[in-house]
Ligand binder design. Structure first.
Ligand code: ARG
Length: 560
């Protein structure tokens, strides 16, 4: 039940519409004051009265009933109180009926949302810098699906560019099939690094690389085969990580997919008078918008990253008729997205407004090693493996007799990596710390998972819940109820602002409130309706925490 709507329907406040009132209803800082607060400050002007007086007037005439039991003026606010037993009943019966669907909705029905995320580069290391785009994008994917949208996950592979000529040249000179088969992505990267070292001594290597790149473009069988092999090796390696992180894609159309889809774009730009020549290159001038020009064709006729993105956006609109198209890409590329979004707008595409750059900050490790610096690459695979290893050590120490430790350590370790990347507002730069993400008492996924294991054990001993509510609800119980009821709104908010961190924080908040309740109120030792209610509260918490973590791609072990 939507209490805001319920309150608004019975509230007269100047000229404000019911929808406006609904939107203005906020949460007071604590439950002692009330459950919903209506601020009267905006009304002061039109009603020519002090906010405190307006609040008193509203409070005096508001028709309280068995649901809204009190309306009290405090300062410029009217604080409303909802009947706790009623609220608890409503919330628990909803959660215990909807279960793994609790929080979902159909609001997105019929709307396709393309999400471009992870977008790895062929034969380049999949490093910790790719963590955020991968887990953010995946969480947005799951969230959209949960709210009824049809998400299309796109891995816009970096599979085009002169670097592949270099790789072929290096492979032919110094590589061997066995070594590459065995070493995968790392071996490919080592070849790539070696090429750069050698080319510094012998610049003619660059000509050779150009030659091989041209070979790929001209579809020379040997070069194409090598390239396809490199691509396959990369996809095998990253595929393992995607599996661990529970990340999925519907399309792997990468940069090379647009090779034959750019000419029409270039023609259209020319027809519309948007192309200009500048030092031999073809550009779209964006000086009117305070941006450097968007380069469409280099002087040698080669297309660019932006050209491919323009073609890709048009292709996605044609293919999926998206409602929105999201690009989960680091803020370093802000300008790139602003530029090509603007070019599409200038081309007269009304849907250019539906393209969204979901920008995020950088991840570095505690020891100061950055993600991309040459030679100091931190492979994501290693970060995950180390987290699992550490999780295993912690679990073994805490609970030596636990069965299935390895499996559980995987769920905990992977969860820690994901949660660590998602806990802060996405635009913030973060420092990844193993100890921090695996702190069982911290604001972490293992804390939430541990709370779930606790709830599981309570239910195992106490039996599953009947949703009965006693005569009175204690404050500790009520705080849990309120938090539980908030979940659908949190998801709405997270979707609107593209912030999976709202879900992560919510999970920690709910777990904390549940733990407070758990320590303050006896569950198994209680009797009758009180015991049933506390068991129901426990089960509803478990369901909601599981749903929250699932949206982030994190599982929950039964025991820990
Ligand atoms: N592969 C690119 C990179 O690593 C990211 C691609 C993002 N998506 C896009 N449509 N531009 O920087």
């Amino acid at each position: 039940m939507d209490f805001k709507k319920y309150i608004a329907a019975r509230l007269q406040a100047g000229e404000l519409t019911k929808d406006e009132i609904c939107a203005m209803l906020a949460q007071p800082p604590n439950s002692e004051m009330g459950d919903f607060a209506f601020p009267c400050f905006r009304l002061a002007k039109t009603m020519r009265k002090a906010p405190a007086l307006i609040a008193e007037g509203i409070a005096a005439t508001y028709p309280t009933d068995h649901i809204v039991t009190a309306a009290e003026a405090a300062g410029g606010y009217v604080n409303f109180r909802i009947d706790r037993v009623f609220w608890a009943k409503q919330t628990l019966s909803l959660i215990l009926t909807e279960r793994e669907k609790y929080g979902s909705s159909k609001e997105g029905q019929g709307r396709v949302v393309c999400i471009d995320y992870s977008s790895v580069n062929i034969a380049k290391p999949f490093h910790i810098g790719h963590l955020s785009t991968t887990v953010l994008g995946s969480a947005l994917y799951k969230l959209h699906k949960f709210l009824g949208y049809t998400p299309v996950g796109i891995n816009h592979l970096g599979d085009y560019g002169t670097q592949f000529g270099k790789l072929i040249s290096a492979y032919k000179r110094w590589g061997s099939r066995e070594e590459i088969e065995k070493g995968g992505l790392r071996a490919l990267n080592a070849l790539y690094v070696r090429f750069h070292e050698e080319a510094e001594k012998d610049p003619s290597l660059n000509d050779e690389a150009r030659h091989f790149f041209k070979n790929i473009e001209d579809k020379d069988p040997e070069s194409v085969q090598l390239f396809e092999w490199f691509k396959q090796l990369t996809l095998n390696d990253v595929g393992k990580i995607y599996e661990q992180l529970d990340v999925h894609f519907d399309s792997w159309a990468g940069e090379s997919f647009y090779n034959d889809k750019m000419q029409p774009v270039i023609d259209e730009l020319r027809e519309k008078g948007l192309l200009k020549e500048s030092e031999g290159a073809q550009i779209v001038d964006l000086s009117d918008y305070d941006m450097p020009p968007c380069i469409i064709l280099r002087s040698d006729g080669a297309s660019l990253y932006a050209t491919r993105d323009i073609a890709a956006a048009i292709y996605r609109k044609d293919t999926y008729d998206f409602y929105k198209c999201l690009y989960v890409v680091a803020y370093q590329q802000n300008l790139h997205f602003k530029q090509f979004f603007k070019v599409l707008e200038l081309m007269g595409k009304p849907w250019a407004k539906d393209l969204v750059h979901v920008a995020y900050g950088m991840v570095s490790l505690e020891d100061g090693s950055m993600s991309t610096r040459k030679g100091k690459v931190v492979y994501l695979e290693d970060v995950i493996a180390r987290c699992i290893e550490k999780a295993l050590a912690i679990i073994s120490e805490k609970n030596p007799s636990l069965e299935n430790k390895e499996e559980i350590a995987k769920t905990v370790g992977v969860g820690a990596v994901i949660f660590g990347a998602l806990y802060n507002n996405k635009i913030k730069d973060i420092t990844f710390s193993y100890d921090k993400v695996l702190n069982f008492e911290g604001e972490t996924s293992c804390y939430v998972q541990y709370t779930c294991a606790r709830a599981n054990s309570v239910l195992e001993k106490g039996g599953h819940a009947k949703d009965t509510v006693p005569e009175a609800v204690l404050p500790q119980e009520f705080e849990v109820v309120k938090k539980l009821a908030e979940f659908p709104n949190v998801l709405q908010d997270a979707l609107e602002k593209y912030e999976p961190c709202f879900i992560a924080r919510y999970a920690v908040d709910l777990a904390q409130l549940y733990n407070k309740f758990y320590f303050d109120c006896t569950i198994l030792g209680a009797e009758g309706a009180v015991r049933d209610f506390r068991l129901a509260l426990t089960e509803a918490t478990l369901i909601t925490l599981k749903n929250a973590l699932a949206l982030l791609g994190i599982g929950v072990p039964e025991k820990m």
